[in-house]
Design a protein around this ligand. Sequence first.
Ligand SMILES: Nc1ncnc2c1ncn2[C@@H]1O[C@H](COP(=O)(O)OP(=O)(O)O)[C@@H](O)[C@H]1O
Ligand SMILES: [Mg+2]
Length: 164
Amino acid sequence: MEVYPEGRELVWRRSFPGLAEYVRRAREFVGFLLADLPDVDDVILVVSEFAANALRHTASAQPGGRFLLEVRRWRDGAAVALTDQGSHKVPTIPEPDDLCECGRGLQTVRALASEWHWTGDRGGRTFTATFIAHRTAVLVSAISPRELVGCDRRESAVLTPDTA
Ligand SMILES: Nc1ncnc2c1ncn2[C@@H]1O[C@H](COP(=O)(O)OP(=O)(O)O)[C@@H](O)[C@H]1O
Ligand SMILES: [Mg+2]
């Protein structure tokens, strides 16, 4: 498994034409870069929603339009940021409405990401979603409760992240 030293951050940026087929390319791009992230499927879905919104709601879909995807990776997480070319619409998360098929994209983002937000205005907006990897601890050794009796400050178990 790839190791990301503490305090180090890797950053990739790529610009895509504002055409539907490039939503898939954006998914592949992030899926490749974050393949070792436990939440990679969630990140891919969020990128899909951001990219779909750029094409559905913004000037990125106009002839010659583009959207920019930035991917950041550090030891315990990752973030994606997608920048579009702006819209008079304002991003909103509507209240859940069973009769409406629309308006699920940003709800999905909110449900999957550890944190998300957007910045910018009608001239261009950037949507950022952060994913914190929850490292699962794995018990690699232990002693029985009987052995613990009378044990003074002895390590009873060793917990390591499952990155070994
Ligand atoms: N990139 C964007 N720029 C401006 N407005 C946006 C953008 N993305 C979403 N919105 C607005 O927020 C609403 C909710 O987005 P979303 O939850 O993805 O639903 P949907 O795309 O199905 O309408 C959209 O209907 C649109 O009005
Ligand atoms: Mg949408």
